[in-house]
Design a protein around this ligand. Structure first.
Ligand code: FE
Ligand code: FE
Length: 188
């Protein structure tokens, strides 16, 4: 069927992200379980709760529109989750696995940020102000999650992964790690 209006595109993209969020609801517990770093585990668990809220907000929007949420498979999210699964099947040191999980999760967040950004703008253009506000709330949470993951990666996880398995040298390196950390921060 030919898509003629922005509202049809809006609906199609809403269904895309609805399916994507539901795929994530199934994937996030596995990522939390695989993560070793406590803060990273907690970040995935918090985002799982937020993701439930994202689905609930979308349900409200579909209800307001009088439309069904189902009917679109998000192939992009399927692929991103598949890549995350492949990462989790790797034989990797704990810190390296954590870094890989962050990378997979950030790819997911960026996909969501792109979609919610479009959706929020379409809702504004179509005059659905309340829907635009709901979409903005979710968009803000996706962005916060992305920032939080960057913080975790920069402040500890990637640095630990970089050190590799030389546990003996760990203490000596602690001081220079601090320097590295602040250097990383200055780069951003
Ligand atoms: Fe989400
Ligand atoms: Fe998300």
């Amino acid at each position: 069927m030919k898509m003629e209006t922005l509202q049809e595109l809006y609906l199609e993209q809403l269904r895309d992200i609805y399916d994507a969020e539901n795929q994530l609801l199934k994937a996030l517990p596995k990522m939390a379980k695989t993560a070793t770093n406590d803060e990273l585990k907690a970040a995935f668990e918090t985002h799982l709760e937020q993701t439930e809220e994202h689905v609930a907000r979308l349900d409200r929007i579909f209800e307001e529109l009088g439309e069904k949420p189902k009917g679109h498979k998000c192939e992009a999210m399927k692929g991103l989750i598949e890549e995350g699964k492949q990462m989790m099947e790797e034989d990797a040191a704990e810190d390296v696995m954590d870094a890989g999980l962050i990378c997979a999760a950030q790819k997911v967040e960026h996909y969501e940020i792109a979609t919610y950004g479009c959706l929020r703008t379409y809702a504004e253009m179509l005059g659905f102000d309340e829907q635009a506000d709901l979409l903005q709330e979710t968009l803000d949470e996706e962005k916060d999650t992305d920032d939080n993951l960057t913080e975790l990666a920069v402040s500890c996880i990637n640095v630990e992964a970089e050190e590799g398995e030389n546990e003996d040298e760990e203490e000596e390196e602690e001081a220079s790690d601090k320097e590295k950390e602040s250097a990383n921060r200055q780069d951003r």
